[in-house]
Write a protein that binds this ligand. Structure first.
Ligand code: 5GP
Length: 191
């Protein structure tokens, strides 16, 4: 008897401000995939909801969970810790449900190493100037933070082609959503 098929671990990564959240929201609305709600030590932004955007933890709480083995991958980004809760993600995959992780590059590398079969998609802006405009327009980030995020974005974009299975340019949001859903729905090639 065959075991029932497992869900896929799907990483959607890309620089802060690239429109990843809009793409992930649309994918969640149009597929059966579920979102992995990360833990973070950063302060909630206006409108963010505990438990559905993030689990907002103190640094001590985060470290205790990480050191207790409850975090699948983690990274420090902009002075804050971010991590994916292990049990929640693995339970969904065992139940045959695809899980989407919205994580940055260092975490994506850890997933790639531990789960080589993960489907990894990178969303990039048409150019760095475009990203600068989007980050400033969002208005919830200080100038210093915008500069820092742009620096990180440049490094991430340089690594994208080697680390990810697919790179999607978010020039037009509707097109980018269609492209990501197409990637997820594509039947894998037979070995
Ligand atoms: P933000 O503070 O803008 O919500 O997220 C900052 C960065 O952290 C984004 O690139 C986001 O993808 C990443 N991030 C969010 N959750 C996680 C996580 O659990 N692990 C890792 N490695 N990165 C995360």
């Amino acid at each position: 008897m065959n075991a029932s098929p497992k869900g896929r671990l799907i990483v959607i990564s890309g620089p802060s401000g690239v429109g990843k959240s809009s793409i992930v929201d649309a994918v969640l609305a149009r597929t059966d995939a579920r979102f992995s709600v990360s833990a973070t030590t950063r302060e909630p932004r206006p409108g963010e909801v505990e438990g559905s955007d993030y689990a907002f933890l103190t640094r001590d709480e985060f470290i205790a969970r990480r050191d207790g083995g409850d975090i699948l991958e983690w990274a420090e980004y902009g002075g804050n810790l971010y991590g994916t809760p292990r049990d929640a993600v693995l339970a969904l995959i065992d139940a045959g449900i695809d899980v989407i992780l919205d994580i940055e590059n260092e975490g994506a590398k850890q997933i790639r190493a531990a789960y080589p079969e993960a489907l990894m998609v990178f969303v990039r802006p048409p150019g760095i100037e475009d990203l600068a405009r989007r980050l400033k327009r969002r208005g919830d980030t200080s100038q210093a933070d915008v500069e820092r995020r742009l620096g990180v974005a440049g490094l991430q974009m340089a690594e994208a082609d080697t680390l990810y299975d697919h790179v999607v340019v978010n020039d037009d949001l509707a097109d980018a959503i269609t492209e990501v859903i197409g990637i997820l729905n594509k039947v894998p090639d037979q070995p």
